[in-house]
Design a protein around this ligand. Structure first.
Ligand SMILES: [Fe+2]
Length: 370
């Protein structure tokens, strides 16, 4: 009896660990050894019922040797409807030579091994979570009523451990699913943004790929400024979308030969505010994207548009997109002028730092490219 009490104490400790441990199988093996040791049984096994596969998977065995190799019997099909019929509302029970339940018989049949004397389905809250299979007692005695009580109690304990482990796995599985769902949505958002970038650039026959490049340059600058990965992703998207307001500007105005008259110019200059209005109703993963579109033509000296903001009023993200925008405009061919070299353009930026561009942002671009 002392041995049995000791076994209970050992299992109480194991119960907690079964739910928490990564080495779940090791814990089940230990629990099985406790049961076998407490009752003087040479052979035994614990199987877990896997709902998805509708199968019993042997988690731990002892003493069956080649007759019970877990790798062979690791997935034994069991009819789940059948299992439900037996387990719904029924507590765990122990087989007897007179009246074994169908489930017990079935499990015994699955583990076609003559040396299994006792089969105990493990049922928690009406659900089959596993089974314990035990061989005869080492001294050849038959199982007493007391032995069966002990097996039932220890089995309930192991069953709760299996059940907790199942819940934990379920939580983990859902976490993985949610993560995947989030990644998928993010990918859809990014693809949509890219599609818009292409649509924006299509309106202007001279700026193929401009928006995507502005996104890339913005990303480089933000990374150089030590922004987090999430913020860097956000600024790249702001770069892709900064000119989205051009979608509402007439194509003839966008493509008008340089220099354009005042009327056309003011029409064209509507695009940052229009972009803000287009982007504002969308719930972006990166909240400042509409503002970056609105302020990408603002200047630290206050001579920018649409709001004529002063240096400290312009968000850093908008300053980054602004510089990336000018950098791409100056390093690509335009109808009114040839592209200039990186070095020339950066020298120009340095001269204009504080007026048209933020000095800190210019310095970051220079550091990243030179
Ligand atoms: Fe623009």
């Amino acid at each position: 009896m002392r041995k049995v009490l000791h076994a209970f104490a050992a299992l109480a400790d194991l119960g907690e660990e079964i739910a928490e441990t990564n080495d779940f199988e090791e814990m089940v093996r230990s629990a099985l050894h406790v049961v076998l040791g407490a009752l003087g049984i040479r052979r035994g096994a614990v199987a877990e019922f896997e709902r998805e596969a509708s199968a019993l998977r042997v988690v731990a065995t002892r003493g069956f040797g080649e007759a019970f190799p877990p790798e062979v019997s690791s997935l034994l099909k069991i009819d789940s409807a059948h299992a439900d019929a037996h387990t719904n509302g029924a507590g765990p029970h122990i087989s007897s030579s007179q009246g074994v339940s169908r489930l017990e018989r079935e499990i015994k049949g699955l583990f076609a091994c003559g040396e299994v004397e006792v089969v105990m389905p493990l049922v928690v809250r009406g659900e089959l979570v596993g089974a314990i299979m035990l061989g005869g007692k080492a001294r050849g005695d038959s199982f007493s009523t007391e032995d069966r009580e002990v097996i039932r109690s220890l089995g309930r304990h192991i069953g709760v451990g299996l059940h907790n482990h199942r819940l934990l796995r379920e939580v983990e599985r859902r976490a993985v699913e949610n993560r995947k769902l989030y990644e998928d949505l993010k990918a859809i958002y990014k693809d949509t943004v890219r599609a818009f970038a292409v649509a924006i650039d299509c309106k202007d026959k001279y700026t193929q790929g401009h928006s995507e490049r502005v996104g890339k340059y913005s990303e480089i600058i933000a990374r150089e400024l030590g922004w987090s990965e999430e913020e860097v992703e956000g600024i790249a998207i702001a770069g892709y979308l900064h000119d989205i307001g051009k979608l509402i500007v007439d194509r003839d105005i966008i493509n008008a030969p340089y220099p354009i008259d005042a009327k056309k110019s003011s029409e064209l200059n509507r695009h940052p505010a229009a972009g803000y209005e287009i982007l504002r109703p969308i719930k972006h993963p990166f909240a400042d994207i509409p503002l970056m579109a609105r302020y990408h033509h603002e200047r630290p000296d206050g001579r920018g548009y649409p709001d004529g903001l002063k240096d400290e009023e312009i968000p850093l993200g908008a300053k980054i997109v602004s510089l990336a925008d000018s950098f791409d405009a100056m390093t690509t061919d335009r109808p009114y002028r040839r592209r200039r070299s990186f070095v020339e353009v950066l020298a120009d930026f340095r001269r204009n730092a504080g007026q048209q561009f933020s000095p800190a942002v210019v310095a970051a671009l220079c550091r990243a490219l030179l």
